[in-house]
Design a binder for this molecule. Sequence first.
Ligand SMILES: [Zn+2]
Ligand SMILES: [Zn+2]
Length: 208
Amino acid sequence: MNDPIPKPVVEIQVQAERRLSSSEKYTTSVFLTINTKRDETLVNPSTATGHRTLKPIPLSYIPMNFSLLSCSHHHIELLLQFRLHRNDHWLCNYLVPKISTAAINAGFGYNDVDLTVRVTVTYPYVFVDETSLKVLRVRLGRIKADELKSLNMETESCSICLKSLVSRLKTLTRMSCSHIFHNDCLVEWLYRKNTCPMCRTVLYHDDD
Ligand SMILES: [Zn+2]
Ligand SMILES: [Zn+2]
């Protein structure tokens, strides 16, 4: 796929632990894990709800471990740039100040410190559900319960799920062939077939 890479969302957790030291030479160790994931949202314009699937994208690093000789931003940045892929150097803007501040707060230079840094980079991809676009094109519109009454259809059932058309929870959709169904049922149906469940009118062509 050649989708443009979406703007990533970065979450960083930093945990600092002081270690009792036996020597006079104090060290600050950083344990860094970076995971990236792909967050896919399928937008369904006919129901306005999307569903999400989380798939990891193969950009994650093996855990890294290094020691800080100073808390200066420049020093930390060099350590990170040496370990990060060139395309990920932008992460330094997020990581450097956090690591520096956490090291200072934990008492850099006065005791041994272990910093555990967990980073999650999420790339939000948004796709439009093509089938639901077709549903939008072929339906005539929503229909209300009182409209159903005036058509003498309030006792009719939806021929997809066989339950009563009149339901407080369900939206009704009238198709271009004028047949009426629960909107949810119809969306499900049109994923599999392109015809009206009642009159078999072809509602769209797959190559449209
Ligand atoms: Zn139904
Ligand atoms: Zn029909």
